[in-house]
Structure formats: C-alpha cells, structure tokens
Design a protein around this ligand. Sequence first.
Ligand code: NAP
Ligand code: MG
Length: 469
Amino acid sequence: MTTMPTDPPADGLGDGLGDALGDAQEAVDEACRAAAAAAYGWRHTEAFARGRVLMAIARRMLADLDELVATECAETGKPAALAEAEIRGAADYFEFYASLVHLPSGDVLDVRPDLHVYTMREPYGVVGVITPWNLPLNQAARACAPALAAGNVVVVKPAETTSGTTLALARMALEEGLPPGVLTVVPGPGSTVGTAIVEHPLVRKVAFTGSVPVGQSIGRIAAERILPLTLELGGKSANIVFADADLDFAAAEAVRAFTGNAGQVCSSGTRLLVERSVHDDFVARVVALARRQRPGHELGPMITDKQFETVQHYFQVAAEDGLVPATGGTVAVAPGLAERRYVEPTVYVGVTNDMRIAREEVFGPVLAVIAFDTEDEAVAIANDSDYGLVGGVFTADMSRAFRVAHAIEAGQVYINSWSTQSVQMPFGGHKASGYGREKGIEALAHYSQVKSVSVRIDPAPPRTAARSS
Ligand code: NAP
Ligand code: MG
C-alpha cells in the first residue's frame, strides 16, 4: 500500500505570480552572489577565528534569550518554557560546532612508496537551507552551525510564518563578527524563494527540513542539477512497550512522545505498540496522563491555521475508519484560549497498522495504539511504514532491547526513554523520512566533500650496501 502524498501542496499564488517570482529570484540572486563573494574569505579564515565567531554567536543567543523567546512565542504560540529550551538547543549547535572546527579533516593513505597520498575535506561553497515552522530557530541553527563550521557560506529560507528568529540570528551573527554574506536570510514563500534557492546555479548543496511532497519537488530539481541534498522529512515513529517495562515511566514517556510541541515534531512517537498482556492497563495510564496535559500550559497550540485544520481533518479520517477516541478527538476549549488553535491530546485504541491514522503523519497530538503479541510482530509492525525516522523500545530485558533497537528501520532509536536527543547524536531518516544526517560530528561530512591528493616523491638514490666485514 502506498500512502505517501505525492503532489506538492498548492502554493496559493494567484495574480502577480510573475512579479512575486521575479522579486524572489532577484532577492535570492543577490543573497547567493553576496554569499559566493564571501565564500573564499570564510573558508580560508583560520579555524580558531571561525570557531570564536561561532562561539560568540552561541553566547549572544543566550544573552538575548528573552528577545528570541518572545519573538518565537509571538510567531508560534508555543509555551515560553518550550521555546526557551529550543533556543538554548539552537545555541548548543553553535557551541558544539564551534568546538569542532579543529577536528582533523583528512587522512594520509599508504598507497605506494613513491607517492604521498592524503585526503582533505572541502566545503561546498554556497549552501541553501530551507526550514519549517515547527521549531524555527532550532532547525535553522541545526543546519547553519555545521555548514558554517565546515567552511561553507549559507543562504537560509525560513518558513514564511516564522521567520523572525532566523532573521534575528543573522543580525546577531553579523554583530558578533561573522563577515557579511556568510549567513544571509531570504524570507518569503517556499514556492518562490525556496524554489529559487534550489535552482540557483551558485548553490552547491541544499539542506531541507519539511514535508515529503516538498522534499520530492526539491529532489526533482536537484536531480536535474546533480545537487547534493540533505532531506529531513516526516515520520510515523513507533514506540514499542513490552509487558516487562516500567509501565508508569513508559506511559509518561509515551505521552511526552506524542504531545511535545503539540505533536508538531517530525520525531514524535505517534504509533504506540503495546504487548497485549498489559495493553488495557497501559492504555489506561496513557489516557490518564494525556488528560493532564493542559492546553495553554504544558500543551501548546497548533502553530498554523492550516495545521489546525489538518488535525481536525484526521479526527474525521479516524472516525471513518470506525475509531472512537479514548480521549480527545476535539478542539480544546478553555477560558482564555479562544484566540489560539488548541486540540486535545487524542488517543485512538484498537488501531490496525493499515489504517490511515497509523500510516500518515498528522503532525498533531494524536496517538494510534496498536496491540502486539510477539517481539517479531512488534518489529514487523514498526517497520511496516513508509517512514523511518525514530523508534522507541521499553523493556527490562536488555538483550531484547538491543535486538529490537537494531531491527527498527530508523535513524535513531531510544531504549527505555523517549527522545533523549542531543546535538552530539546524528539525526536523520530511513525511507521516506529522508537521507543525509544532521547533528553530531556526522553532519560535518554532509556539509563537505572529500578530495584526495597524490604527490609523487622522487625515488631516493640507491642505497650503498651495508658493509659485511
Ligand atoms: P513544508 O510545507 O514542506 O515547508 C518546509 C519549508 O519548505 C518551508 O520553509 C516552506 O516555505 C518551504 N517550501 C514550501 N514549498 C517549497 C518549494 N516548492 N520549494 C522549496 N521550498 C518550499 O513543511 P511544513 O509544513 O512547514 O513542516 C511540516 C513538515 O516538516 C512535516 O512533514 C514534518 O515531519 C517535517 N519536519 C521534519 C523535520 C525533520 O527533522 N525530519 C523537522 C521538522 C519538520 P513556506 O511554508 O514558508 O512557504
Ligand atoms: Mg507547508
């Protein structure tokens, strides 16, 4: 069964398409030319100096945390504590990659006695970065920091509705000593600005975070241009709970897994696979904890009107499959919440893995619970998905935990905790969840390319034979 959406979303452009496109192309062209002009200087800046600037950017983000949090909250409606954690994480990216600019970047290869052969890593030059609205500054930093550390220059297009903190980042970076042109933000719609970046001849690599249909459309352009891509797309990740797990802890983690950022996270745990012998007991714990998520407190709103509609559409989709929510399934109403778009954490029980609610990414706080009997069955269900971003396994049997973690088709797996993500851990998908890796030392490899250099060494004059007497 194929459940992947295949058409790029409508771009909503009406009259004035030509003008908008022309303006976007002009803005992107200007940014790319400025970037290309700055590329040589940045690449050949001493590593210490590059690292210091990246570290200064990290410190500045923390110094101006309140301003960044206020901007992020105004644009997304997120609870301030969540925005703050994400922005601290954004600063972490700059700090982490600042510390990696001194990494040895090549090898010496033992090929032949008359050759000295070595490899070196080179930046691509102009890197285009396109980011979504769900964790705006955090995701921009996730791509920009390693790209800059590897010696590239960057042109960023944030999501149109949430550009504020990315624009602030570029301003702060400039004020902290990043040379002009090294990091430029071009705000605007994806259909014009985003496309213009991917098509621009000076752009040599694109890192895209967002939906599968847009990733596919970027991939088609990239195929024509032989343009390397990092694609961080969606997910429908499985969280597997065995009967021997610490059920209270696992239930709390399972709720965190699908309600964090109101489910607007690519790595949400949206399929909960529960061993049948504890299924009813475990579901009761999950439902009780889900009901404690208070809209406007722990639980943020849907960030865009479109996402608010999408989630309600999926309530309908689930109903058409005969599902009745064990909790939620509606818009949340509470005093003072009227102006925001809240939905209740929603749990569907008795889901089968062929239902749309188990196959399609909702991008809201909606959980599909599926019962299983054996380890093999759990792994098979987890892997029966178009996506493969993350996975979780909760069990007291550590051999089983490792077996399952290794069998899950996903870029990262959590054992006995959900989403212990950090900047050091490489992050990325299998299958339709994308390719390439962000985060960790690994990301540097995706923002650079290897060159091997061989040098002929003149043979030494013949040695005088050692005297034997
Ligand atoms: P989206 O519609 O794909 O948009 C992502 C970005 O691409 C936005 O900046 C958007 O611009 C731009 N864009 C839209 N059409 C484009 C085009 N034709 N060419 C170039 N760029 C274009 O995704 P979204 O709805 O914002 O975000 C939700 C999706 O992102 C979910 O599927 C989620 O799983 C995924 N996501 C993945 C990760 C990850 O790390 N794997 C992280 C977060 C989100 P505008 O919207 O401004 O027009
Ligand atoms: Mg979109």
